[in-house]
Design a protein around this ligand. Structure first.
Ligand SMILES: Cc1cc2nc3c(=O)[nH]c(=O)nc-3n(C[C@H](O)[C@H](O)[C@H](O)COP(=O)(O)OP(=O)(O)OC[C@H]3O[C@@H](n4cnc5c(N)ncnc54)[C@H](O)[C@@H]3O)c2cc1C
Length: 186
């Protein structure tokens, strides 16, 4: 691959925005395109836990986000999907990140967190001096896959337990084990 060092981020969700900030801060040229012309907030409030807050602080967005949280009455109804791309997360220089690569029901409140971590890890690899080649992009997926797979599978298991009304399910145990792993650097 040629040594071009510019990035086009397609999608201005939490993942795309975080990636754009982290790459630009490292001096990499980034264009960000967003399908929607409306940047207003839609949807439901979400829970962001320690690992997500650490990335938002790194990006420099947390204080502003916290100051903007004033509305607690919005209710949103939506379908939940499960997605985990088992094959490569890149083709040539096109790379998947965030919900485009993995999505799950919000039973662990970790979808946005995993998207933010993707942005952090991808930015680390792209700005860490390595060539932007097959190996670097494959390393991104290899580093993310075990953690993301655990979150997707455990989120779905919690959702199944809820839907099926399993009364003796070890919900605290499953959440505790998951959060222990997520306490480590992604
Ligand atoms: C009800 C609900 C509750 C949730 N609760 C939590 C929670 O408590 N905690 C948590 O961590 N996560 C939660 N999640 C998950 C979280 O919202 C998602 O994982 C996260 O928003 C994914 O971010 P993203 O940037 O990858 O994708 P998105 O937020 O989907 O952003 C993708 C962007 O790309 C744009 N786009 C799409 N196609 C194109 C294109 N061709 N060109 C340009 N732009 C394009 C879209 O318009 C969109 O703005 C919840 C999700 C739901 C639905």
């Amino acid at each position: 691959m040629s040594p071009a060092r510019t990035v086009l981020v397609a999608g201005g969700g939490i993942c795309g925005n975080a990636l754009a900030v982290l790459l630009r801060r490292a001096g990499i040229g980034v264009d960000l395109v967003e399908l929607s012309s409306d940047w207003s907030v839609q949807g439901s409030g979400i829970t962001l836990q320690g690992n997500a807050l650490r990335v938002l602080r790194e990006v420099g967005a947390w204080e502003e986000i916290r100051a903007s949280i004033t509305e607690d009455r919005a209710v949103n109804y939506t379908w939940f999907h499960r997605l985990l791309v088992e094959g490569p997360w890149h083709r040539g220089r096109v790379v998947l990140a965030g919900d485009a690569a993995h999505a799950c029901p919000p039973t662990l409140a970790q979808g946005a967190a995993m998207s933010l971590e993707d942005a952090l890890v991808l930015a680390e690899l792209l700005t860490g001096g390595a060539d932007w080649d097959e190996r670097t992009l494959a390393a991104y997926r290899e580093r993310r896959m075990p953690r993301v797979r655990m979150v997707v599978e455990n989120s779905v298991r919690l959702g199944d337990w809820l839907m099926e009304g399993v009364r003796d399910a070890d919900v605290p145990g499953l959440i505790g084990r998951t959060m222990t792993v997520l306490g480590e650097h992604p």
